[in-house]
Design a protein around this ligand. Structure first.
Ligand SMILES: [Zn+2]
Length: 207
């Protein structure tokens, strides 16, 4: 008799177990092929890292902006040597001691690098259609690479009031020309200015 009860309990346990398994399976969604969707956790925009020609690029444009007509009288810089429409922007580092690197904003070719009166060291980087002018660099720091990659260091700023900047303050003059390797930091009429783009309106930094 005891043996029968024992077997009855075992059978009951088995029946309950099978019933539970069947119920569980019913509640599960059916797995079909191609239903797995990978949802990206990082948006594409976040993955694109902006590269600017120099650190604190936007914050440090405190003196000369793009297209401003500079005269000896109205200039934010004293003494002023130049006159005309400013073809780029000036990023100021007089308060920074030590080396300030400048970076290539795009994959391209260095089409010019030399010491020029008014700039000290200057280079022009060409990417696609545009020419990127970096002025007031330490001449000897300018890269010897002809082809450079976006984000690559291509030089450092020259020291202010030395031959490196042709006795200008420590700052980066950065310009973008649409047509040619034109070094001019100022032009004398608005029609000529049309060959340049306002670097603050360029979208090159996000590419
Ligand atoms: Zn300038």
């Amino acid at each position: 008799m005891k043996k029968n009860i024992f077997w009855l309990i075992i059978i009951l346990i088995i029946i309950l177990g099978v019933a539970q398994l069947l119920l569980k399976r019913q509640g599960q969604p059916e797995i079909q092929n191609n239903t797995v969707e990978i949802i990206p956790t990082v948006s594409q925009e976040e993955e694109v890292k902006s590269i600017y020609p120099i650190a604190e690029f936007r914050q440090r444009i405190t003196k000369k902006t793009f297209g401003e007509y500079i005269t000896l009288e109205n200039s934010p810089v004293s003494p002023e040597r130049f006159k005309g429409f400013h073809t780029g922007i000036d990023v100021e580092y007089e308060d920074v001691v030590g080396e300030v690197p400048v970076l290539a904003v795009c994959n391209g070719e260095i089409v010019l690098s030399k010491w020029v009166s008014g700039y000290g060291g200057v280079l022009i980087l060409k990417c696609a259609e545009n020419y990127y002018i970096y002025g007031h660099l330490k001449d000897s720091s300018i890269t010897k690479n002809l082809n450079v990659l976006r984000g690559e260091q291509i030089g450092i700023l020259g020291e202010g009031q030395t031959q490196e900047t042709d006795f200008e303050r420590k700052h980066l003059h950065f310009g973008i020309n649409k047509k040619s390797a034109d070094l001019r930091g100022y032009v004398q009429n608005e029609r000529e200015l049309e060959n340049w783009i306002d670097p603050l309106e360029s979208d090159i930094y996000k590419q």
